[in-house]
Design a protein around this ligand. Structure first.
Ligand SMILES: *[C@@H]1O[C@H](CO)[C@@H](O)[C@H](O)[C@H]1NC(C)=O
Ligand SMILES: *[C@@H]1O[C@H](CO)[C@@H](O)[C@H](O)[C@H]1NC(C)=O
Ligand SMILES: *[C@@H]1O[C@H](CO)[C@@H](O)[C@H](O)[C@H]1NC(C)=O
Length: 779
């Protein structure tokens, strides 16, 4: 008796101990965590000949133990990375107390805790869908070989995919200094003239999550997840004829820039992606000589100077690297963006004109439309009707039973039936797995109010059709009221020419930019729903562990998919215009973007069914063919971006974080943040009603014919009068710069932001900047 009690107590003690121990990694001031330390190397004391010596002296000075106790070996285990290409600093393991002490040391400009980033495809909640190609294929063919290298920071690569076939490629560009790191499952021969580099970064991951279990995970650039293979192939996959997912989306798969080279930086692992690893990859990529970086990841951000990725991206931009990042899948909630720094291109997601229709036929005779990517042996007989069951209590609001969560379905109730499951909480493909395991023969996945009518097709393990909220309600009401409700599912393969398209995806994160309203974000939208691209050989298309299927291509959705479209198009622009700065490339993409769908109506927001605005679609949908010849560009140099930061109320120390390679100082050239030469215009009228007029300036560079004549066209606004001076720009040379001034005068203060556009036209080019005007209401 006593023995049992003791055992029980011991057990209780152990579980409490383990729980506390786990939590303590965050809260115990004595435990070490990873910090990213940003330093100002210009304040390196003369006593040190090398900054590494200075770093170790800094660390010794804050160590809780006396300096004598730190031997060489221990020190190495404390410093995980030193950074020098995109910024100066290191990743170190410190206690909170040490971190605080270090922050106050001379020359230390920031000590930021490690941040965990997420891939922007909801991995198991896979948004599934369509593919890239269309518009660019004609002209990308002509640029077959070029020297642009795109760094892809992701889960690695599956090098055997035919998308990375290098047949016909010329030698690796001479400027490339990267490496092909060998590790488990990744050998030297896995790099070729297409995959020119492969590295992996895991010190931050191992410090946070423990040593990598090499049985489960390749400690190399090999991709067991699939996400990195998919994004890399979307950027620069070689053409593959007859690509498809179980017969769906059949056609030629190719990246946006099939001639570009891929450099793989594996920074995401089964346990997540950690900022110290991401920064080490950005640093290495800059050093290796990438021209474009594609980062389909995001983490929480509260300011430009506390966000390590933003700081590293600034350094990369200074070295001429174009960086595109996913905007996030936090939509349709407003202010849900990540990666909002002006020197980053922030990409939202939209649909394409392809769909995978399916339907639900009810015993009542009604047939409702949905989507599906199901293909398999467990087909339902088209001649039969199957019993239908909805285990929820209420057709208009989901409850635990209706969500088909693990362990909620009773085989007695669902066996042999088609089960209706509400979307939400658990991954969509997992609901299918739960239904299948409980003996269900099919699934109808119903949207709820949270998703409305936006449909994403998934590669379910059993016959399944996804339906919108309206259709779902009809089906659920029938299933709850009918005496013996029955139904069947049908699948119709791939359908092209869907109208309207593109449509802004409901999940695509929305503006405004919470750090500065004056920098309009997102910048653009690009295809991010139902994208077909190469996949790993290690994981099935649903990403479920029980999925034994293996496919060469998979269909995914997310801003993770739209970001590499922009990275690939940026690589094409870089190949065509090697002299263009990252800001010039972004300007070309933004000012040529379109805001109308294939019905010639304004782009629709899938979450409302109504027109979308600049906080949803940014400057609009990318238009690669026009971006090659934009006519004019809004260029921005590193010092201009720094001058923008000078308008953001940062302290001298916070500013130094961005000035590490030069002695940048504020030149005070901008009248305010709206004055940055951004290709979009966002003006904010302060609470103070006496400020009724705001002036901003822009400078355009002529990249069209030497002799060009542009005139301005501006939308009408209810709240302001807009005057542009001069209203005609006459260029006589290529690369000539001309400036103009925009004066906005409030007529009637509006409660909601007003949007429109400012367009320069020369009869051939149409250089469009979105305009947003916000009046802050007096508190
Ligand atoms: C690569 O492409 C070439 C030309 O299309 C083809 O002959 C070759 O078999 C491909 N190699 C692989 C490994 O798929
Ligand atoms: C069903 O849910 C809706 C919305 O939450 C609610 O208004 C309604 O009263 C519920 N009906 C029942 C029968 O519970
Ligand atoms: C920074 O300033 C110092 C002294 O003014 C000068 O010697 C150095 O060359 C400058 N560095 C850069 C990168 O401009």
């Amino acid at each position: 008796m006593e023995g049992i009690t003791v055992k029980w107590l011991l057990c209780l003690y152990l579980s409490i101990y383990l729980t506390l121990n786990f939590v303590s990694s965050t809260y115990n001031p004595g435990s070490k965590k990873t910090y990213i330390v940003h330093v100002d190397v210009s304040s390196i004391p003369p006593a040190f000949t090398h900054h590494i010596d200075w770093y170790s002296s800094l660390l010794k000075s804050v160590a809780a133990v006396s300096p004598q106790e730190i031997d060489e070996e221990e020190e190495q285990s404390v410093v995980m990375y030193t950074y020098q290409s995109s910024f100066h600093g290191m990743a170190v393991r410190l206690t909170q107390e040490e971190a605080e002490k270090l922050e106050s040391q001379n020359g230390v400009v920031g000590v930021l805790p490690e941040v965990k980033y997420k891939l922007h495809t909801t991995r198991s909640p896979l948004f599934l869908g369509l593919e890239p190609q269309d518009t660019t294929s004609v002209w990308s063919e002509k640029l077959a070989d070029h020297d642009v290298v795109v760094g892809v920071l992701d889960t690695g690569i599956w090098p055997e995919s035919p998308s990375f076939n290098d047949t016909g490629f010329t030698a690796v560009p001479a400027h490339w200094k990267g490496a092909c790191e060998v590790g488990r499952g990744f050998q030297k021969h896995h790099c070729n003239k297409k995959i020119v580099g492969a590295r992996s970064f895991y010190r931050g991951y191992e410090a946070a999550a423990g040593r990598i279990n090499e049985e489960r995970e390749h400690k190399s650039a090999r991709d067991e997840d699939g996400h990195g293979t998919h994004t890399a192939a979307t950027v620069a996959g070689s053409p593959v004829h007859g690509a498809n997912l179980l017969g769906y989306a059949y056609g030629t798969a190719r990246g946006m820039s099939p001639g570009a080279r891929i450099a793989v930086y594996k920074v995401c692992w089964k346990g997540g992606c950690f900022s110290s690893d991401i920064l080490a990859a950005v640093d290495a990529a800059v050093e290796d000589g990438v021209n474009v970086m594609s980062i389909s990841l995001g983490g929480g951000v509260s300011s430009y100077h506390r966000d390590s990725l933003s700081i590293a991206a600034f350094g990369a931009m200074e070295k001429g690297v174009f960086i595109s990042c996913s905007a996030g899948n936090g939509g349709p909630d407003p202010v849900s963006l990540t990666n909002v720094s002006p020197w980053i291109t922030t990409v939202g997601a939209s649909t394409m004109d392809r769909d995978f229709p399916g339907s639900v036929k009810l015993g009542s005779g009604v047939t409702l439309k949905g989507v599906s990517l199901y293909k398999g042996r467990r087909n339902l007989s088209p001649k039969l009707m199957y019993p239908l069951v909805y285990t929820g209590a209420n057709s208009s609001s989901p409850d635990p039973g209706s969500l088909c969560l693990e362990g909620t379905l009773d085989p007695h109730t669902v066996s042999g039936k088609i089960v209706i499951c509400d979307r939400g909480i658990s991954p969509r493909v997992q609901k299918g797995e739960v239904v299948k395991q409980a003996g269900g023969v099919g699934m109808i996945l119903s949207n709820t109010a949270a998703n409305g009518e936006e449909l994403v097709a998934d590669c379910h393990l059993l016959p399944a059709v996804a339906v919108g909220e309206k259709e779902g309600k009809t089906i659920k009401q029938y299933a709850m009221r009918g005496r013996h409700p029955t139904g069947n599912l049908a699948f119709y393969g791939t359908k092209l020419g869907i109208r309207p398209s593109p449509v802004v995806a409901a999940f695509s994160s929305r503006g405004p930019n919470f750090i500065s309203l004056e920098i309009m974000k997102p910048d653009l939208v690009a295809p991010g729903v139902n994208i077909l691209a190469a996949w790993t050989g290690d994981t099935g298309p649903s990403s479920l562990e029980t999925d034994q299927r293996r496919v060469g291509f998979n269909i995914l959705s997310g801003t993770s998919m739209s970001c590499p479209h922009v990275s690939g198009v940026a690589a094409l622009l870089k190949a065509r215009h090697p002299e263009w700065s990252p800001a010039a490339i972004k300007s070309a993409l933004m000012t040529t973007a379109y805001i109308h769908d294939n019905n010639h109506k304004p782009l629709i927001d899938s979450s409302t069914g109504g027109p979308s605005g600049p906080y949803d679609h940014g400057a609009g949908h990318i238009n690669p063919v026009r971006a090659v010849d934009p006519g004019l560009i809004y260029d921005i140099g590193a010092q201009n971006y720094f001058d923008f930061l000078c308008t953001q109320g940062l302290t001298q120390t916070q500013l130094v974080v961005f000035a590490k390679f030069s002695n940048r100082t504020c030149r005070h050239t901008l009248s305010g943040p709206s004055d940055l030469n951004y290709p979009a215009i966002s003006v904010v009228f302060p609470e103070d009603k006496r400020v009724s007029a705001v002036k901003i300036h822009r400078t355009v560079t002529n990249v069209g014919p030497p002799s060009s004549n542009y005139h301005v066209v501006i939308s009408q606004f209810k709240g302001v009068d807009v005057k542009v001076e001069p209203s005609v720009l006459t260029f006589s040379k290529t690369y000539q710069k001309l400036s103009y001034e925009v004066t906005l005068t409030t007529k009637v203060r509006q409660t909601a932001p007003e949007s429109g556009a400012l367009i320069w036209k020369d009869g051939v080019h149409r250089v469009r900047s979105p305009v947003v005007i916000t009046w802050l209401s007096p508190i």
